[in-house]
Design a protein around this ligand. Sequence first.
Ligand code: SIN
Length: 304
Amino acid sequence: MADLSVSLGKLRLSNPVLVASGTFGYGEDYQDLVSLKRLGALVTKTITLKKREGNPAPRIVETYQGMLNSIGLENPGFKGFVETQLPFMRKIGIPVIVSISADKAVQFARLARALSRTAGVAAIELNISCPNLGKKGLIAQDARSVYKVVKATRRATKLPIITKLSPNVTDIGAIAKAAGKGGSDIISLVNTYFAMAVDVQTRTPKLGSISGGLSGPAIKPQALWMVRQAYKAVKIPIIGMGGIMNAQDALEFIVCGASAIAVGTATFVDPQSATKIIAGIESYLEEKRIPNLKKVIGSLKDGK
Ligand code: SIN
């Protein structure tokens, strides 16, 4: 059997396949459909300090080869999460990565501190790249803001920090470097692309909040390119995501430098996508007689 285990700094995973934040809820809804303990890790829907109702409906629109969402971080807030969602996740027996969002560095730090004192949290993902929070720019679009948020969170917790980056930037390398300098142990990318859809019959936006974030296979080649650029810019481990539908897609990200990958939109098509991808990666290694996945990470032969 090939060895699929990977270490992302201090975060050790039995295999490199995670379920992406916002696409798997808090795990409980999938317990009858998916062998949850097979997953490399579960990344929760993003939580905030206070409960959020999210954006007006409609909040999901299907597009060619993709999906638009404008959920707006609906979540039960820190207290609701710890009381109602975390107890189930703790019992699964895989690393639980809690995705967090806030307006300011000090609030990210507060949430991180509170999570550090909460049993059952393996790592924190800083969601600084949600495209659905209104007119203010994304933290992930400004290297100094990224540094500030990561640094403040770093001071507040010893848990591994994953910083989730946006593709809606000119220079992903500069943003990845800022996250690393601030003390991020890992980066994850990409979140969704700013996008919209229009109903020409009514000449109105299809999403209640006008714009949303595009995910799914439509963005995969762009996401792959972003991962490659980030891999060249920083030495910290990368979790790659963006339109991964099958094991071949996942392996493309790993070859380009991702130490692990996250499955998102594919779960809406087939809830078992992530576990099928794990099996597919295993078969690839066995067919190629590669004993260890680590040999594949960043192995792209691009002459550089
Ligand atoms: C949302 O809740 O709006 C989606 C989360 C994200 O894109 O980060």
